[in-house]
Design a protein around this ligand. Structure first.
Ligand code: GLV
Ligand code: MN
Ligand code: MN
Length: 402
């Protein structure tokens, strides 16, 4: 059995600790089908092969490692290896590494599964390259139209279809994959917690109860591109000013709707020169709340506020992705919590592939305490003891489920 621990981290996390480091942003930038992500996939395939698992990539780019013959009614565990720009070491990889570690433990103990089991790595969970989060699970389950997925573009204008070809995926075969879905009896995703729930409870682990409704919108502002020195302030139609006002509106709209969250984390000025008044500015809005209606009300409020904000500029707000509130199967969550000695259940504001799959197959999640309470940032963390408790929990659940 490979050693679980290396350099104070789960061994798998330590093995990939140098892959995709982002020197500019800090943390990791591991984006779909870019060199770092290819390296992570190769690492996963090698690690899985060492355990005697059979690795296959499905037609949507998700990677499966089968312990024994594939499905039906398989227990599938896993998460993702891609990251946000400048992300932490745990969001995604902790679930993958813990899944491999749990399988290694069971094998070392001579455990023989009574039903099929696979470790699954989803593609483009963060949507950092093509803009739609959980793209691999959305495609697998048919939650996104394949044509829409094919036409998504990255920042260089490369379409998802074009990038798929370079990764050996035939874009004509993207979309709902009934054969793969039929193999899943249950999907279980272990994930680092991304808030302070477990810190406040003083507990290392929880099962997930629900995920906030959330979506992404592109706010676009157009004006007149012009010279920064030759254009009088009174003569400008500057979409950057319209965008700046809109960003303040986003904060005000969310503050006016208690419990909701709205963020602009990415902005792009075109053409983007220090001495150029932009002709257009795009700002991406991420909005979340407990109910679908609340998110839609916040976004409607933002859309109304951002119109006609700055002389000569126009604004549009266009939805790019949407996920309704997810309530995980309470009976399944309670059963798993009980098997783990009565651990608590927690809601989350973060999206997950498990949340997408929950509409299609029995699904549950386990959260591991994050002592910083910070995520999507290099400060994201989990202690080795808590990570080991997570592996132990997967080990216990697999013994019960397999
Ligand atoms: C994924 O981590 C998300 O919640 O955006
Ligand atoms: Mn994330
Ligand atoms: Mn994640």
């Amino acid at each position: 059995m490979p050693s679980a621990v290396a350099h104070g981290m789960l061994a798998g996390l330590s093995e990939i600790a140098d892959i995709g480091r982002d020197r500019r942003a800090g943390g990791y930038s591991r984006h779909l089908w870019e060199p770092a992500e290819h390296e992570l996939r190769a690492w996963f395939a090698e690690r899985a092969a060492r355990l005697g698992l059979d690795v296959e990539v499905d037609r949507n780019g998700n990677t499966w490692a089968w312990w024994g013959a594939p499905g039906p009614d398989a227990v599938v565990i896993g998460s993702h290896l891609d990251s946000v720009p400048g992300g932490g070491a745990y969001d995604g990889p902790l679930g993958v590494v813990s899944a491999l570690e749990a399988v290694a433990r069971l094998q070392a103990a001579g455990f023989v599964p009574g039903r099929p089991c696979a470790v699954l790595v989803f593609a483009e969970e963060e949507g950092s390259r093509f803009g739609v989060a959980c793209l691999g699970s959305r495609l697998l389950s048919g939650a996104i139209d394949a044509d829409k997925a094919r036409s998504l573009t990255d920042r260089a204008g490369i379409t998802f279809a074009e990038a798929a070809v370079t990764a050996g995926i035939d874009p004509a075969h993207l979309g709902r994959d009934q054969e793969s879905l039929d193999r899943i009896g249950l999907f279980l995703e272990l994930h680092v917690e991304q808030g302070r729930g477990l810190i406040d409870l003083g507990e290392p682990l929880a099962v997930a109860s629900s995920i906030l409704a959330h979506g992404r919108w592109r706010m676009s502002f157009t004006g007149q591109g012009n010279h920064a020195g030759a254009t009088l302030m009174s003569d400008r139609s500057d979409p950057m000013v319209a965008a700046a006002r809109a960003i303040v509106d986003v904060q005000e709209a969310a503050l006016a709707s208690p419990g909701s969250r709205a963020t602009v984390g990415r902005i792009e000025a075109l053409p983007g020169g220090t001495n150029v008044i932009p002709s257009a500015v795009h700002a991406w809005l991420d909005a979340r709340a407990e109910t679908d209606d609340q998110v839609h009300a916040v976004v409607a409020d933002i859309s109304a506020r951002v119109q006609n904000q700055h002389a000569g500029c126009s604004a549009t707000v266009v939805e790019e992705s949407w996920t309704s509130t997810v309530t995980f199967d309470p009976d399944l969550a309670a059963r798993l919590a009980l098997a783990l000695g009565g651990i608590p259940a927690l809601p989350t504001g973060a999206g997950h592939d498990a949340g997408v799959l929950a509409a299609t197959v029995p699904t549950a999640m386990l959260f591991v305490r994050n002592p910083t309470g910070i995520s999507h940032s290099p400060e994201e963390f989990a202690t080795l003891d808590d990570c080991l408790a997570g592996v132990e929990a997967l080990d216990t659940l697999l013994r019960e489920l397999l």
